[in-house]
Design a protein around this ligand. Structure first.
Ligand code: CA
Length: 229
């Protein structure tokens, strides 16, 4: 799941990005309002964290423009000012929630989870492919009763593949979805990550779920039925 952070304070932006990445999200950062609006309108994000006070274009005008273009991406406002009218204004303009700085990351995470549960694109919380079960919000994956011990990137990779079960995903698509836009992703990185994931996901189990499609990419599906002659 991809998130956009629009925040000009570098420290806050990096704090947010680090926290989101540790929690299994891919986070892009825009350091000014124009770039932020451009990304928010042209790319698909699960949610946007939007600072109100930005040097060029403020958060109010960004959300107004975003909603005008018909984008319903959930937006959480970050505001340094604890004025009631600011909160009301944000919500009136179409924000989904707001947080007053300084805030604890756990608080933000709780808000994000709530928003993803009720958001316009309803994210399934749990995905199931045969005996594989992945709970996105709890960050848990298991096959049958066995818990899979995955790194955040492996988890995200598995979630991506499972949410497109049966579809072949190209290395390029996978790298775009799992690594952030500033990461110059060699597709070898994808192959290495897949290899690691496969060790945990498939090696201990008789039914293999992760398959390579030569020259294209990868697909997650249960092919065990097809193997029966
Ligand atoms: Ca700011």
């Amino acid at each position: 799941m991809r998130a956009l952070i629009i925040e000009d304070e570098k420290k806050t932006a990096q704090y947010l990005k680090k926290g989101l990445t540790e929690n299994g999200f891919v986070a892009d950062v825009a350091e000014n309002g124009e770039d932020g609006l451009h990304l928010a309108t042209t790319a698909e994000y699960a949610f946007v964290i939007l600072d109100v006070m930005l040097p060029d274009r403020d958060g109010w005008s960004i959300i107004t423009e975003l909603r005008r273009t018909g984008k319903q991406t959930p937006v959480i406002f970050l505001t340094a000012r604890d004025a009631v009218e600011d909160r009301v204004k944000g919500l009136e303009l179409g924000a989904d929630d707001y947080l007053v700085k300084p805030f604890a990351f756990s608080e933000l995470l709780a808000r994000i989870k709530t928003i993803l549960r009720r958001g316009p694109t309803r994210y399934p919380e749990v995905l199931q492919v045969t005996d594989l079960e992945i709970d996105f919000l709890k960050r848990k994956a298991k096959r049958g009763a066995k818990r899979l011990d995955l790194s955040p990137k492996e988890f995200l990779l598995l979630w991506l593949l499972a949410s497109h079960a049966g579809e072949i995903l190209t290395r390029t698509y996978i790298s775009e979805q799992v690594w952030d836009m500033n990461f110059d992703c060699d597709t070898n990185v994808v192959d290495v990550a897949i290899l690691r994931l496969r060790k945990k996901l498939d090696e201990p189990f008789p039914v293999k779920l992760l398959h390579s499609v030569r020259g294209v990419g990868y697909v997650l599906e249960d092919r065990s039925e097809e193997d029966i002659p």
